[in-house]
Design a protein around this ligand. Structure first.
Ligand code: MLT
Length: 385
């Protein structure tokens, strides 16, 4: 048999695929498993969105190849929503591209900018797709540690200047997966200054902006002056509207970067099924009402989870956004040891912090995309004492 490429050989198993495998092993032994692993909402997509898709499914014109960049009406709905939600003006013709989920766009962007030997800055811990995409493009990864003492923001002054001179791309993502930290304008201003000084592109991943609590409203990177000169923002309908299975997202911002990403995509994929885009148009045009209902569910769960974890004596910061709790593992355990114990002895799936990078060691991530919150925390508590 032909050997797989070096790039595939050096890949670890995809974090959530590996967790699924371990989970199946425990289920096969007859254990009742509560899955707080992947950030995949258990609540169905709002019925009105499903109805819009059903209607769109009947239209023969939607059965043909979709447009590469996305239907104009979809890109317009994106631009209108960015204006209403963030006050950011976007030209639907040049500053918006549709994506088959933001993961797809994130994975393809480095192909547009990274040549062999170029560097990309990626957060550690971070979404596993960032470093893998850079590696696939033949680039070098520089990990920016996200430390608790810095509010899980990268220390921009600590990045080696020699590396910055070779940097073409920086990934950042707030509200953050996995730490749930949030970022404000001051941080983005510094990012933009650095990007201008060293001439690199900023890719902001804002997939969790609508999953927020206590009236806190996460901002967009593009709200900050100069952002559009240096970068783009990824967004997704997955988390915003409980649509992970539909595979629909988009990138917005600098027109040259959007065009370069679009060029990669025209050579690789053929766009999003138009019936799904029509559902996306409905969702974005009705975002305010739909989001409120979704947020209310997660707000209740966030409160329940915070209270229960506190009672269990675990150390964490109450998230202002995202589905995620970033919790310290109890003393005497590594991330892998503790999460393995939770799964094998208690039937609880959580994600080991080191799965998101070395700087995640000592933590585990809980996703509240499961209604069995109190029961889950009782089991976690019994593993701690
Ligand atoms: C996660 O659990 O980190 C996310 O759901 C993964 C993803 O969005 O692809």
């Amino acid at each position: 048999m032909v050997e797989v490429s070096k790039r595939i050989k050096q890949l670890p198993p995809y974090l959530f695929a590996e967790i699924d495998r371990l989970k199946e092993e425990v289920i096969a032994k007859g254990m009742d498993v509560i899955d707080l692993g992947v950030g995949d909402p258990d609540i169905p997509t709002p019925n009105e969105i499903v109805k819009a898709a059903k209607k769109a499914l009947e239209k023969p014109e939607n059965h043909r190849y979709p447009s590469y960049v996305g239907m104009y009406e979809f890109r317009k709905a994106v631009a209108d929503w960015y204006k209403r939600r963030f006050g950011v003006e976007l030209d639907p013709n040049t500053e918006v591209v549709s994506l088959i989920g933001s993961k797809e766009g994130i994975a393809h962007l480095p192909l547009a900018y990274i040549d062999s030997g170029d560097y990309a800055l990626v957060p550690d811990p971070g979404y596993p797709v960032y470093p893998v995409a850079v590696m696939f493009a033949g680039g070098e990864v520089y990990k920016m540690s996200l430390l608790e003492e810095n509010g899980f923001l990268p220390d921009l002054d600590a990045i080696d200047r020699d590396i910055l001179r070779k940097t073409k791309l920086m990934f950042i993502g707030y509200p953050n997966n996995p730490t749930s930290a949030v970022a404000e304008k001051d941080f983005y201003k510094k990012v933009i200054e650095l990007a201008k000084e060293f001439d690199f592109i900023v890719a902001s991943d804002n997939a969790y902006s609508e999953i927020c609590y206590d009236n806190y409203k996460p901002i967009s990177f593009l709200e900050v002056e100069g952002a559009k000169d240096v970068g783009i923002e990824f967004h997704s309908l997955s988390k915003t509207f409980n649509m992970t299975g539909w595979r629909i997202g988009f990138a917005v911002g600098n027109k040259d970067v959007i065009a370069a990403l679009g060029k990669v995509k025209t050579n690789i994929d053929s766009g999003i099924f138009q019936a799904v885009q029509e559902a996306g148009i409905y969702a974005l045009n009705n975002a305010e009402t739909l989001n409120k209902n979704i947020r209310d569910v997660f707000q209740t769960r966030r409160d329940q989870m915070a209270e229960a974890l506190q009672k269990a004596g675990l150390e964490f910061k109450k998230p202002l956004a995202t589905f995620y709790f970033w919790v310290k593992v109890p003393e005497g355990f590594t991330s892998a040891e503790f999460t393995k114990k939770l799964l094998q002895e208690k039937g609880i799936v959580v994600t080991p912090g080191n799965g998101f990078g070395d700087a995640g060691e000592g933590y585990f991530r809980i996703s509240i995309t499961n209604p069995r919150i109190e029961e889950a925390v009782e089991r976690i508590k019994s593993a701690v004492v």
